[in-house]
Design a protein around this ligand. Sequence first.
Ligand SMILES: [Fe+2]
Length: 231
Amino acid sequence: MSPLVEAPHWSSDIPLTSPHARLDALAPAGFVRLRDLAEPIPESEYLALEYMDWKSGGDTNFAPVATADGELDCRGFWKPGDERPDKGGRITSNGELCPTIVRYVESVGADFGRVRVIKLEPQDRDTALGQIHRDDNNRFNPDNEGWVVRSWLELTDNPDSYMCLMEQGPDGLPDPATEQRVPLHRGSQFLVDTQRLWHVVVHTGTAPRYALISSFESGRALERWLEREQA
Ligand SMILES: [Fe+2]
């Protein structure tokens, strides 16, 4: 049994395999680090946003920047009777407050779904690992379209905090032997197949950590962005 989380865990039921088109760059490790963003996002763009109480991966609040219908609603893509894949996102009222963030997301060039700024309160490693999970990014995503993955852009500077990533083991739970860590200094950018990798942030700071999380559809456009940003 895994020492991190116990079976049965809801993440273990999320599919790992499917016919969706995936990015070759994510095949080896399930994530790629990109070069740091040259120009930091102004603090005013993420502190002024409207945050909602929404718990995921710890004590979190989320400011939706793009949702299924442009409304400020963290569940927008899965409204009963109007279920949609995590694509075709529309900018919310928060978008007017964060033009640099909106430009950043749009400049990727790929179809984006939910885009949110996360505010995460400090949590030590033991607390964080109790929250490790896989995402259900591809629910309602047609099999013949691109696999939805997620990007991170760190807005605050927490070089000692890290995104903890693990592959799923044969027992359907995260395998600690596969752990990889991505440092969360300001400007740190990375792309993660969060449906494949178990993930959670260990945040050792004393103040909240903010990051931009965006869902993108795998395809040629996202591949080109990776090529640009890995240079
Ligand atoms: Fe997640």
